[in-house]
Structure formats: structure tokens, C-alpha cells
Design a protein around this ligand. Structure first.
Ligand SMILES: O=C(O)CCC(=O)C(=O)O
Length: 242
């Protein structure tokens, strides 16, 4: 990450990268999901085991390079799921998360000249999110808030609803107060969420990664899918970024 990007992530608790997935790959991923999704698929669903392209995205060199700054050399994939919303989807507007929420796991600290994070979300948009569409919302800067007994209303002036184009990537810390607002567009929302943790911790049940481990085809993918542990854990062998 550049100094400007680190400043932005530190200031806001989230950062946006444009055009991370190529239009060709976005189209392939959408076609795969169109085949997979049925009328009974819920708004939140597992997707990463259904095609190798999604494990390749988990190990995207540019993303991992950014995660290296945010989480460090021993990062792991914690869990992954997709969100698909339509105007008729029944969304319970909410804001949750925040510094030290979830048994203290959601963390954000600077020490020894670098940031230390807990669970981090990498969200890829497979469809555009236009101004006012709803979906992902957050309170910029709230990952450093000193008060955790109060959360603003979802329509507060403190809440933002970032706009995205298909292929963009939004990264946020779960220490940020964030959530979902009713989807209002006649177009669908389709997002892929990959959540990464430091090697020593887990938010999801570690056995939830077993179906993905069975599908891993490279050492890098297998390393990212290791369960949490510390002793003799080797760092990730980060791939070169083009
Ligand atoms: O993307 C969203 O709508 C919300 C995601 C969320 O709440 C989370 O990742 O914890």
C-alpha cells in the first residue's frame, strides 16, 4: 500500500480500489453464479468452492499485497460468502461491528510503526452500486471511536453508502461500524466477501474451510486456508504483483 492508501484506510477504516477484477472475469463469475443460484438460494450464500476462479480470487496477488500491510505475513482466509439483494429482498437495516466487538476480536491498533488488525473484509462488486442504491453502509472513522454504547441511525448524516462499479474492491475492518441498508435499485446487488484474519485468530468455525481446502490447487491457496495456529506457522509466500 502507498502512504496515501494507508492514510486513507487509517482515517476511514475502509478503502476502495477501482477495477480490481477485469470485465472478462466479472462476466465469467456472474455467469457461474447465475447457473448456481436458484429461487431458494438465500441472500447470503457460499460460493467459493463452486469454481476454481473464486479460489484464484482469494489469492489475487494485488489483494494479498494489500492484506500484507493490513494484516501481516501470517494472514489466513477466515470465511467467505456472497450477498445478492434485489429491491424485494427483505433487509433488516442495521449497523453493527465496532472496535473490540465480537468478544474483542474486531481490533484496530497502531504499534511499532504499523497497524494491527483483526478480521478484515475484502468485498468485490460484481454489479454496480449507484448513489442511494443501499446495500453496504458504514460510519467512516468509527473503528477508532471512543464510545461503543451508541450507534447512529442507518439514515444518519454520519453514515455513507459507497458507490461501486462491477470489478471494484472495497476493504474494511470489522472494527468499523458497518452494516446493510435496504436495496432500492431495480438492478441487483451482487457482492463477494472474502474475510481474512491474522494467522493466530479465527472468527468463523475453522472446519467451515474444509470444502475449500479440498478444492485448493496451489500451495498458496492451501497456505491461506490453513486453520489458525501460531507455533511454527510459516508466513505466506506472497506472489509478485504484475
Ligand atoms: O455488505 C454488507 O451489506 C454488510 C456486510 C457485513 O455486515 C459484514 O461483512 O459484517
Amino acid at each position: 500500500m502507498t502512504e496515501a492508501e494507508i492514510y486513507e484506510f487509517d482515517l476511514n477504516g475502509y478503502i476502495l480500489y477501482r477495477e480490481l477484477i477485469s470485465p472478462t472475469d466479472v462476466a465469467s463469475m456472474n455467469a457461474i453464479l447465475d447457473d448456481k443460484i436458484t429461487a431458494s438460494t438465500s441472500d447470503h450464500f457460499g460460493f467459493a468452492e463452486c469454481d476454481p476462479i473464486f479460489l484464484q480470487l482469494m489469492a489475487h496477488p494485488r489483494t494479498l499485497n494489500i492484506m500484507r500491510t493490513i494484516i501481516g505475513d501470517w494472514l489466513r482466509l477466515d470465511h467467505a460468502y456472497a450477498i445478492q439483494l434485489q429491491a424485494e429482498s427483505d433487509v433488516r437495516d442495521n449497523l453493527h461491528g465496532g472496535l473490540r466487538a465480537d468478544q474483542g476480536e474486531h481490533q484496530y491498533q497502531w504499534a511499532y510503526g504499523k497497524m494491527w488488525n483483526g478480521l478484515i473484509v475484502v468485498m468485490y462488486a460484481l454489479e454496480d452500486v449507484n448513489p442511494g442504491d443501499g446495500g453496504f453502509i458504514c460510519v467512516p472513522g468509527s473503528h477508532k471511536a471512543a464510545i461503543n454504547t451508541y450507534k447512529p441511525e442507518v439514515d444518519s448524516h454520519l453514515v455513507v453508502n459507497p458507490t461501486l462499479q462491477a470489478g471494484d474492491m472495497l476493504i474494511f475492518t470489522e472494527a468499523l461500524v458497518h452494516g446493510t441498508r435496504q436495496w432500492t435499485s431495480s438492478n441487483r446487488r451482487r457482492s463477494l466477501l472474502y474475510k481474512y484474519s491474522p494467522g493466530y485468530s479465527t472468527w468463523g468455525r475453522p472446519e467451515g474451510l474444509e470444502p475449500l481446502r479440498e478444492k485448493a490447487t496451489t500451495d498458496l491457496q492451501r497456505d491461506l486456508l490453513r486453520p489458525p495456529y501460531v507455533g511454527q506457522r510459516t508466513p505466506i509466500d506472497f506472489p509478485e504483483v504484475d
